[in-house]
Design a protein around this ligand. Structure first.
Ligand code: FRU
Length: 502
């Protein structure tokens, strides 16, 4: 490793997001909370920092902010690569992989069969189990357990269904190129029966990957449960490249009936703004929820990257971080069911209270105001703005007086904007420099932004988590300034608070 490589590594390595020590990662896999520990498995190339040799890497955490890398959990071999999938806790040992005293964890993953292997060219679903709480895994000798002879059948997410139709395992997976989610059921995780299919619907500008299915109470009412089906697609996101859409509806144990299908069949890209997105930024893909999260909460992590430029981001020797974990809830407003997302993890507990910064009731006019005493590289910013006559207003983070990442509101356009064209290093791929936007409505006449800044990312939770945007940035570690700005007139910062972690 050269000195220059070292410098790059330390500049961008996230403080409060997971990244592998010196290898490549993509999708989070098999997220599970078990015996007091959050397990994050992930698509990993144990031998390099670009995609390849797909295996399941492994990291653990107790606070969802700080992670410990573990040995590779499930490794590729001469026959198969280990593509994305999920893990369940088989409490009743339905699979028979357990012993009298230990119920197994069972991983359900896609075997992507290699040239020259028995199932060459096929993607099929396979099992592995762990009897030591997820640290070591044994592949099932009867793999694959579900083979449709398809080249693009992958990303099984298994949940336990307990409802009017009975109690059994349900798998959602994709036929990626058919823009279809397929639903299967099983009593033992080994024998699977097709229940139904869903799609194509809404966004179909790219292949469908990594689905998830979970129930959520509407506005916390346990008597009013709805089901959410998430589907990641690549490309075809609202700001180009990889992104995740979701549908809200009902699942009766057999079929998913969507209440948020705007259009069926293959779609016109002009309708992207009508669909529901997990995140409107460029770098939030393959999001998936934890099995057995505490208190029945729905917690999700996504890969913080985009297939458009994923293999090129300047973070040698590791490449790609995960997003922060988010709690997902469901709310009804204006006759529509939508997800609300909130970051999980106690940043305040890791913060340096002597460096906290606040500002209140400050009106700015056609200016950029650098905030004295607010500089930092890892920070949570909470800001509330009231619009004035300005066309655009907001914050510039990781700035140096010349460059910075702009997070702004354009009230006349009802849009939230993230402009990373001058965020630092952007020239590693032509599609990276971007000015991206998401629809946003004022709330009580104003705009609330919570922004999590780390060494190579910004994650924005606007209007209490109604709209989120996640983007990678690669600023110099000397770019630490925070500024507020308004263009074309005035805007008022009602309140701004910064929690500094580093
Ligand atoms: C999504 C994906 C999955 C696949 C995995 C391979 O990013 O393409 O569909 O299982 O990555 O690494």
């Amino acid at each position: 490793m050269t000195a220059a490589t070292d410098t790059i590594t330390e500049t961008f390595r996230p403080a409060l997001h997971y990244a592998a020590r010196n290898t490549w990662l993509n999708d989070p896999n098999g997220l599970i909370f078990h015996d007091g520990v959050y397990h994050l498995y992930y698509q990993n190339n144990p031998q390099g920092n670009v995609w390849g040799n797909m295996s399941w890497g492994h990291a653990t955490s107790t606070d969802l902010l700080t992670w410990t890398e573990r040995p590779v959990a499930i490794a590729c071999d001469e026959n198969e690569e280990i593509f994305s999938g999920s893990i369940v806790y088989d409490r009743d040992n339905t699979s028979g992989f357990g012993t009298e005293s230990v119920a197994p964890l069972v991983a359900i993953y896609t075997s992507a069969y290699k040239p020259g292997s028995e199932h060459e060219g096929v993607q099929a679903q396979s099992l592995a189990h762990s009897l030591d709480g997820g640290y070591t895994w044994t592949k099932h000798t009867g793999n694959p357990v579900l083979n449709r002879g398809s080249a693009d059948f992958r990303d099984p997410k298994v949940i336990r269904y307990d409802g009017d139709a009975g109690s059994y395992w349900v798998m959602v997976a994709v036929e990626a190129k058919d823009f279809q989610v397929v639903f299967y059921k099983s009593d033992d995780l080994k024998n699977w029966e097709l229940l139904s299919t869903f799609g194509p619907a809404n966004a179909t500008g790219g292949i469908w990957e990594c689905p998830d299915l979970f129930p959520l109470p509407v506005d916390g009412d346990p008597e009013n449960l709805k089901w959410v089906l998430t589907v990641n697609l690549n490309p075809g996101g609202p700001n180009n490249g990889s992104a995740g859409q979701y549908f809200v509806g009902n699942f009766d144990g057999k079929s998913f009936i969507s209440a948020s299908t705007v259009s069926e069949g293959l779609q016109d890209p002009d309708r992207l703004g009508e669909y529901q997105w997990l995140d409107w930024g460029r770098d939030y893909y393959a999001a998936v929820s934890f099995y057995d999260a505490p208190d029945n909460r729905c917690l999700m992590i996504a890969w913080m990257n985009n297939w458009e430029y994923a293999n090129h981001i300047p973070t040698t020797p590791w490449r790609s971080p995960m997003s922060l974990a988010r709690e997902i809830t469901l709310t009804a407003s204006d006759g529509k069911l939508s997800l609300i997302q909130q970051p999980v993890g106690d940043w305040a507990a890791l913060a340096d209270p002597s460096k906290s910064f606040t500002l209140s009731e400050t009106t700015i006019s056609d200016t950029t105001l650098v905030l004295d005493g607010a500089a930092g590289t890892v920070q949570r910013i909470d800001a509330t703005f009231a619009p004035g006559s300005g066309e655009e207003f907001g914050l510039i983070v990781r700035g140096d007086g010349v460059q910075g990442t702009r997070v702004g509101i354009r009230p006349g356009e009802d849009s939230l904007v993230v402009d990373r064209r001058e965020s630092g290093i952007t020239d590693f791929h032509e599609t990276f420099p971007s000015c991206d936007s998401a629809p946003i409505q004022p709330l009580d006449g104003g705009y609330h932004l919570t922004i999590f800044v780390d060494h190579c990312s910004v994650e924005i939770f606007a209007q209490g988590g109604q709209v989120t945007m996640t983007e990678l940035i690669f600023p110099a570690d000397t770019s630490t300034e925070v500024a507020v700005y308004a263009t074309g007139g005035t805007a008022t910062v009602n309140h701004l608070q910064i929690t500094q972690v580093a």
